[in-house]
Design a protein around this ligand. Structure first.
Ligand code: ZN
Length: 98
């Protein structure tokens, strides 16, 4: 084997950040991390759950509760509904047929 031309091989493997499982592979890259693996993915585990690593479900639920609270206040008459969105500048300048 020729010297000093081959990349350094390491066997530390891949670590799943969700469940902490270490998958042993041989690679030339260091510090490999994955967000989900076959050990914790709902398709393989059979359980029904939403995998939300970016917090999108939380953001949606927060927006939903804000909207529901606002609609409840409007229904009680505490708050006025928001005015209709303003016409676009093009429609203001050229009318509705723009
Ligand atoms: Zn995993």
């Amino acid at each position: 084997m020729r010297q000093n031309i081959h990349p350094k091989v390491n066997t530390e493997g891949i670590v799943c950040t969700t469940c902490g499982t270490r998958w042993n592979i041989t690679t030339t890259r260091n510090n490999l991390r994955v967000e989900i693996c076959a050990n914790c993915h709902p398709f393989y585990t059979g359980e029904q759950r939403i995998v939300d690593t970016a917090g999108q479900v939380d953001r949606f639920m927060k927006r939903l509760s804000q909207t529901q609270n606002r609609q409840a206040e409007i229904a009680k008459g505490k708050t006025k509904p928001e005015p209709a969105p303003k016409k676009s500048l093009l429609k203001e300048l050229y009318g509705d047929d723009a």
